[in-house]
Write a protein that binds this ligand. Sequence first.
Ligand code: NAD
Ligand code: MG
Length: 358
Amino acid sequence: MEQLFVNASLSSYPVYIGEGIRSRTGELLLSEAKGADKVFVITDSAVGPLYLEDVVQSFPDHVEIFTFTVESGEASKSFAEYERILTAMLESGLDRKSVVTALGGGVVGDLAGFAAATYMRGIPFVQMPTTLLAHDSSVGGKTGINHPLGKNMIGAFHQPSAVIYDVEMLQTLPDKEWRSGFAEMMKHAYIKDASFLEWLQRHITTIEDVKTSAVSMLKRSIQVKADVVALDERETGVRAHLNFGHTLGHAVENTAGYGKWAHGEAVAAGMLFAMQLSNEEGLSAWDTKKEKEWLLSLGYPLVMTELSADSLLRAMKKDKKTSAGVFTFVLVTEPGETITKQIPDETVHRLLESFIER
Ligand code: NAD
Ligand code: MG
């Protein structure tokens, strides 16, 4: 089992990464949350049938376990589901010593984290990520749900007490989800870790490569995320660099209709676009043909001919990452070097048109 630490303002917490460590959940959780006598495990309908029992069985008899299963999918990050969870938590008599445990991908992590952040003004929670993408969402303390007017608009910063990452659970993930999660790893490498990027581009050229190297890559990618979060827990500065590829990425996800593009697939397209944009601005000299070939070899879709530059621009305007109506893009000027820059609408529109055509 590997272990690293995330430094947050109030505490630091461990991230455990290993094969089969869900069967040690009880021991690992109780070493952080000493004296917890009630644990409330939230999972989803795809993950629960596969792994919930192992997690429940890992606790000693004196700990009372409650479980709650939501439907798999983004729609569960809703007010309705949030309220149902709080009701169940109250009915279970959880108190400030109790621990909420999120067993699932980013959806369960965000929802369970927000429930823990707000129940009795905040009780401890533990993240047990089951997707590759959740290496990103489980570290850093952003929790929340969606509002009909915007994704992730209602939430709280609430750091977990521990992250328990059993990589064995990744084996049941569909390829689309592997690809989605790997895009966030690429992102971490592009923005902050040139040698990691070089390693990835040399060794990881198919989705099978992603699967076989998951553990070592997770460690490195989580380290980047942890370092950024330690510098800027509440996103007043450098944490915004984590949005590399996300301005266009979110617009693609929104415009195509949620679910069509996996989050990371859209982010991959967004990163390529941002590299072209920084080249265009004279800030970088990316070989975008080579970068694109890398993405294509990993199976990223990148084809967005069904979307128009106008609709993407409109979606980007609505996103919270524009300030006073001007686009602020995260640009990587060379591997590991990241800046933010305001870009005029006309430039974005013009580049979008040529980007879509190819
Ligand atoms: P997800 O939780 O919906 O999981 C993807 C799919 O895989 C779901 O259908 C799920 O049921 C299934 N699944 C999960 N684990 C599985 C397993 N081991 N085997 C088989 N199937 C499994 O999505 P995600 O991509 O993990 O996370 C996306 C969410 O994360 C979004 O809501 C996004 O807003 C959020 N997010 C949050 C942060 C943050 O900092 N809090 C960062 C990035 C993303
Ligand atoms: Mg993301």
